[in-house]
Design a protein around this ligand. Structure first.
Ligand code: PMP
Length: 364
């Protein structure tokens, strides 16, 4: 049953849940350390917890289908009108909506080698053709990507910073790319890890949205805001694009607890700052250890690092399994074509230390 391109889809492989690892390896659940899904090691902000608890009183009612309060909070924060915003059930929802809204079967979608896997899945799910452009230094080669845009290309996905490699594109390069792309091609700049960028690297992509009617900026509440389990993401773009995303989304795609928590988290500057600080320190802790172990890693601008754990193609899977046996969950990236590497999320200092100690033992 179903079209060939749907049957050929490989399901998204998420990080192994803690309970599953505990069962599989006979470990105490409370001792397992998960550094596998680029989650926030601080958990959720207290402000969001309180907002959610209040929202529980109304759980018998449907959520606000238009997410008025949340859009108002996003609008205030980013200085765009509310009809320039579409809410998603996580930013994965936004990525999928973009593929459904702008691409027909057999048309093409451009993204980079080592680009976030959901780009490939969303492309295939609509029966479109993927144009995967070879990476440059583990990141996007924007010139090659602009050159790869074909007559039938309708969508380009770019992650900045990129997952799983952690690479970053400076604002000037991105802006030059946007100028080079024909306006009938929609560009999604996926900024899931934007909040981890230091002040000197920050750029205002929401300003570009005013200039480029074919641009969608995608953001998530799953990372620095600490709300991964609630599933909230959003798209910012001109109404010509956000309205189409809005028409095809499910009417109640963001639930009421998630909306309430997201409003609170968006304005919780102290939590956001702490998340960035904990991440910057933890990142340093990890790369210092990699340096002293003589391990190669890709310098990262996100809340994770890609590290090379061996020279043979079995290395990633082998070291991953050894870590699992010690109760540490990281992410093998063989499915990204990086079988010698592991992606590790930056955790709390003691979590990073436990990971480093385990890795040291395993690598001898
Ligand atoms: N984009 C990128 C680049 C990501 O790494 C992720 C999370 N792994 C997402 C989007 C999706 O996150 P969410 O659906 O939780 O917003």
């Amino acid at each position: 049953l179903g079209p060939e391109y749907v049957r050929a889809l490989a399901p998204y492989q998420a990080g192994k849940p803690i309970a599953e690892v505990a069962r599989e390896f006979g470990l105490d659940e409370s001792k397992i350390i998960k550094l596998a899904s680029n989650e926030n090691p601080l958990g959720m902000p207290e402000s969001a917890r309180l907002a959610m608890q209040q929202a529980v009183a109304d759980i018998g009612r449907y959520p606000d289908a238009n997410g008025f309060d949340l859009k108002a909070a996003i609008s205030a924060k980013y200085g765009v009108p509310q009809d320039w915003i579409t809410l998603g059930n996580g930013s994965n929802d936004i990525l999928e909506l973009a593929a459904h809204a702008f691409v027909q079967p057999k048309q093409s979608v451009v993204y980079a080698q080592y680009g976030f896997l959901v780009y490939a899945l969303a492309t295939q799910a609509v029966g479109a053709r993927a144009i995967e452009v070879k990476a440059k230094d583990f990141g996007h080669d924007l010139q090659a990507m602009a050159a790869a845009i074909a007559d039938d290309t309708r969508l380009v996905f770019i992650a900045n910073p990129n997952n799983p490699t952690g690479t970053f594109l400076p604002a000037a390069e991105l802006e030059a790319f946007l100028k080079a792309v024909p306006q009938h091609v929609v560009v999604v700049i996926d900024e899931a890890y934007n909040e981890y960028l230091s002040a000197d690297l920050q750029y205002e992509s929401t300003d570009w949205v005013r200039t480029f009617p074919n641009l969608i900026v995608s953001r998530t509440m799953s990372k620095a805001y600490g709300l991964a389990g609630l599933r909230v993401g959003f798209a910012i773009g001109q109404p010509g694009v956000t309205d189409l995303l809005n028409r095809i989304r499910q009417p109640f795609n963001v639930n009421s607890l998630a909306q309430a928590a997201a409003v609170a988290a968006l304005t919780d500057k102290a939590f956001l700052q702490k998340s960035a600080e904990v991440n910057a320190q933890g990142y340093k802790q990890l790369i210092q250890a990699f340096d002293s172990l003589g391990l190669t890693y890709v310098p990262s601008y996100g809340n994770f690092v890609l590290v090379k754990v061996g020279d043979d193609d079995g290395a990633g899977a082998r070291v991953n399994l050894a870590l699992l046996r010690k109760g540490i969950i990281v992410r093998p990236v063989g499915n990204y074509g990086l079988p010698q590497w592991l992606r590790v999320t930056v955790g709390l200092p003691e979590e990073n230390a436990a990971f480093i100690a385990a890795l040291k033992t395993i690598l001898g």
